[in-house]
Design a protein around this ligand. Structure first.
Ligand SMILES: Nc1ncnc2c1ncn2[C@@H]1O[C@H](COP(=O)(O)OP(=O)(O)OP(=O)(O)O)[C@@H](O)[C@H]1O
Length: 424
């Protein structure tokens, strides 16, 4: 299918097996989500062509990158790769780093600094152990590339890959003007940093440069491996709006590894939940987050993400009314403009259920809802209730005792009391 990424991989290591057979949308942001060690990075590396041990098949929009006969080497895959920590060349300015990435793509190397070093990565650097951070590995890879790559347009790359490169589709190799360096600079807001050396950048700025560099190779697919993991909360908040711009303004599909429910809620359209090398669930974000049959075990973070539009501002009480799922929800005024499209996160713990909405309550949002199903929660005292509010699924967390006392059951008409709504 030309709109999909079809990934079937099996990698077997002592103590860990990745076994994946998935079709992912080749548009929007797909979050690869799961506990530490569940195989997210391994899957991303398989897609990048960095795991030579992986057997299977990979096609991107109908173009085969790997199967029994085909192996498109990493540097011929039109990908940008962003690591936990941006591995910039310390001796080059920001602009020099960006141009380096761009030259790599013009020379037929369409991936980030990974391109030429894919073989050295899998052979000599490999993944010695899980504690060896990818960021550090990326730095080592990039530096080894820099050692042999001069600052001219000469590409000294010698591809030692013996596999057959049979892919002639434009999805590999050839680069068009899909994305200019200027656009990448503007999108990431780094125009004022171009003459600085990496040592003079903050962690957040470095990461923005790393993302711009990945875009400068003009990728058709962006792979991001926990790009915010090495940043403190303040830096994360600083960089998230740029990632949201990527999401809103770029056509490039993004595979985004994360174990942060917050990041997933803000950025993802689709989610792939992984556990012990397998895919537990895959689907549109809200449809998947609201499933009760999944051991997602998000605990306190269980909840849904809905799309809405700011409809009204109540100046007196500093509240916003957001039109969402055919209803209205009041939330704290975040400063969003009237008419703005927003994402709303409603946590299950902030939703309670009543059968009688008549009595006075401090809760501002009380909406008619239908119970779809009831499921177990992470604690035996609790139940998760899946509700439908004007066609949208919402989760509520109630005690098992109150579910029993209210005699809650599927298809029942109730009222959802939504105590808090976060505008993302
Ligand atoms: N080259 C390798 N050889 C052997 N085992 C490996 C190799 N690479 C990864 N592993 C193991 O595979 C498992 C999955 O690792 P992976 O890095 O894909 O997980 P992850 O979900 O990305 O974790 P995290 O969120 O901590 O980054 C881990 O147990 C890891 O130790």
């Amino acid at each position: 299918m030309r709109s999909q990424i079809e990934a079937r991989f099996r990698v077997a290591w002592p103590g860990f097996t990745l076994d994946v057979d998935e079709r992912l949308p080749a548009r929007g942001v797909t979050a690869l989500f799961g506990h530490s060690g569940s195989g997210k990075t391994t899957l991303l590396r398989c897609i990048a062509g960095l795991e030579h041990a992986a057997v299977g098949r990979l096609s991107f929009k109908g173009s085969v990158w790997q199967d029994a006969k085909t192996w498109v080497p990493t540097h011929r895959r039109p990908i940008g790769y962003v690591f936990q920590e941006a591995s910039l060349f310390p001796h080059l300015t920001v602009l020099g780093n960006l141009r380096y990435g761009q030259r790599r793509s013009r020379g037929g190397s369409a991936s980030d600094s990974l391109g030429k070093s894919s073989d050295s990565d899998s052979n000599s650097l490999g993944k010695p152990n899980a504690s060896n951070s990818l960021g550090k590995r990326a730095l080592a890879i990039t530096e080894s590339s820099a050692d042999t790559d001069t600052d001219t347009d000469t590409d000294t790359d010698t591809d030692t890959d013996t596999d057959t490169d049979t892919d002639t589709d434009t999805d590999t190799g050839s680069v068009t003007d899909r994305f200019s360096l200027e656009q990448a600079i503007e999108l990431l807001g780094i125009g004022h940093l171009l003459q600085r050396k990496p040592a003079a950048l903050s962690g957040g700025e470095r990461q923005r440069v790393g993302i711009a560099r990945a875009l400068a190779v003009n990728p058709r697919l962006l792979l991001m491996d926990e790009p915010l993991a090495a940043l403190d909360l303040k830096r994360k908040q600083e960089i998230l709006p740029y990632l949201e711009r990527l999401h809103d303004e770029l056509e490039i599909p993004v595979l985004y590894v994360s174990h942060s429910p917050d990041e997933v809620a803000r950025l993802a359209d689709h989610i792939l939940v992984m556990d012990e090398g397998r895919v537990l669930a895959s689907g549109p974000l809200n449809e998947t987050l609201s499933r009760l049959d999944l051991p997602i075990r998000l605990g306190e973070d269980a909840g849904v993400v809905l799309d809405g539009q700011v409809a009204e501002r109540d100046e007196q009480w500093h509240l916003l009314r957001v039109a969402c799922c055919g209803a209205s929800l009041w939330t704290r005024d975040s400063g969003a403009e009237i008419g703005a499209h927003v994402r709303l996160r409603i946590l299950a713990r902030d939703v309670s259920i009543t059968r009688d909405p008549g009595h006075a309550s401090s809760i501002q949002n009380t909406l008619p809802a239908t119970i779809l199903s009831l499921g177990d929660d992470s604690h035996p005292a609790l139940r998760l209730v899946k509700l439908e509010i004007s066609g949208s699924p919402v989760l509520a967390r109630v005690t098992r005792r109150s579910a029993d006392q209210l005699d809650l059951a599927p298809r029942q008409l109730v009222y959802a009391q939504i105590k808090a709504v976060a505008l993302l």
